[in-house]
Design a protein around this ligand. Structure first.
Ligand code: GTP
Ligand code: ZN
Length: 189
């Protein structure tokens, strides 16, 4: 990944271990800086990618009704505390002009947007805007439901809360009935 300095992360993690009063040279911690650097290269792998590039596959199929992929699991990192927030994204669009994309590409889009220091609101909007940009659809609706570990394991200490964010574009912004239909589909169990 360009812009990713593995060695610098290792040095920083070693310094954090020292700063919390640990001994980075004890056996159990010797490999930890390198492990954390490898983990960060995974969880931040979306940082140097453009989420829109996940939507390069376009099929010429005339379908002008809702396409919804729901319950897309994601893990992201809260940019304020660098601890995970995670949950599900539901991604819907109404194509127009015979431009549809591969279903897996919607999940790839979520993945790329999530794997970076992130805010839930920005994650939600980034997914919606990538769809608008690449597919020029009649409408887009994205819903993200997540739990933030920074609210669960520290600070306000409220495990089990769910934060729900939405981003709607086009006809799903202007037409409340259509929007309700899509949101109902998203939340049907
Ligand atoms: N809007 C938004 N806030 C977030 C997100 N992730 C974490 N936060 C919040 O970011 C805020 C940071 O608040 P600060 O007062 O700067 O930091 P803090 O003292 O650690 O805050 P507490 O978490 O309340 O202890 C907290 O209220 C978090 O709940 C997110 O995705 N979106
Ligand atoms: Zn946080």
């Amino acid at each position: 990944m360009s812009g990713f300095d593995q060695q610098k992360i290792e040095t920083a993690v070693k310094m954090i271990l020292e700063a919390i009063g640990e001994d980075p040279n004890r056996e159990g911690l010797l490999e930890t800086p390198a492990r954390v650097a490898r983990m960060y290269s995974e969880v931040f792998s979306g940082l140097h990618q453009d989420p829109r590039e996940q939507l390069m596959t376009i099929f010429n199929e005339d379908h002008n009704e809702v396409v919804l992929v729901k319950d897309i699991t994601f893990y992201s990192m809260c940019e304020h505390h660098l601890v995970p927030f995670f949950g599900h994204a539901h991604v819907a669009y109404i194509p127009q002009g015979a431009r549809i994309t591969g279903l897996s590409k919607l999940a790839r889009l979520v993945e790329t947007a999530a794997r970076r220091p992130q805010l839930q609101e920005r994650l939600t909007a980034t997914i919606a805007d990538a769809l608008v940009d690449r597919l020029d659809p009649a409408g887009v609706a994205v819903m993200v439901e997540a739990e933030h570990l920074c609210m669960a394991m520290r600070g306000v200490n409220k495990p089990g809360t769910k934060t729900l964010t939405t981003a709607v574009r086009g006809i799903l912004f202007t037409d409340p009935l259509k929007r309700k239909e899509v949101f109902d589909f998203m939340q049907q169990r």
